[in-house]
Design a binder for this molecule. Structure first.
Ligand code: DQA
Length: 147
């Protein structure tokens, strides 16, 4: 069974009420429930962690370091946290960077990701589906052996 860690950074605990025009109406708990259901159908299992604190995210990445994959929405830390980048580099688990919004179509400061170069891929702009697409990569249903 594939073990996938879903890690969310600052302000993502406010999903549902936070700028719904940008991030949608679903709560983080609702997204997590959809991820659990999808994982179960694909023979995988998700764990969930959210924090507004940079160091706690570093620790969560370290603790998930032996999992089969990490789906990480680092929120604003994406754009400047060298500590989170170093944590990703330090662990064997492959990490997919995800964003609900299309960060490339937003303010200039969101166009830079300091974590992208050390992630295995990046999915942005598909709302909560960004997380589900990342999970599908880690738990393929056709066993084509790409990962
Ligand atoms: C975000 C994009 C970031 O720029 C922003 O700081 C967030 C959310 C997204 O999911 O679209 O907190 O990561």
């Amino acid at each position: 069974m594939k073990k996938i860690a879903i890690i969310n950074g600052p302000n993502l605990n406010l999903l549902g009420t936070r700028e719904p025009d940008k991030y949608g109406n679903e709560t983080l708990a609702e997204i997590e429930a959809r991820l659990s259901a999808l994982a179960a159908g694909l023979g995988g299992e998700c764990t969930f962690f959210q924090s507004n604190v940079e160091g706690e995210l570093v620790t969560a990445i370290q603790q998930a370091g032996e999992s089969d994959g990490i789906v990480l929405n680092a929120g604003a830390y994406t754009h400047y946290s060298v500590a989170i980048r170093d944590a990703i580099s330090a662990v064997p688990a492959p990490v997919i960077e995800v964003h609900l919004s299309n960060v490339s179509a937003r303010e200039e400061f969101r166009h830079t990701s300091v974590i992208a170069p050390v992630c295995c891929g990046l999915i942005a702009g598909f709302g909560s589906e960004s997380y589900l697409l990342a999970l599908r990569y880690f738990c393929p249903d056709n066993d084509h052996g790409d990962n």
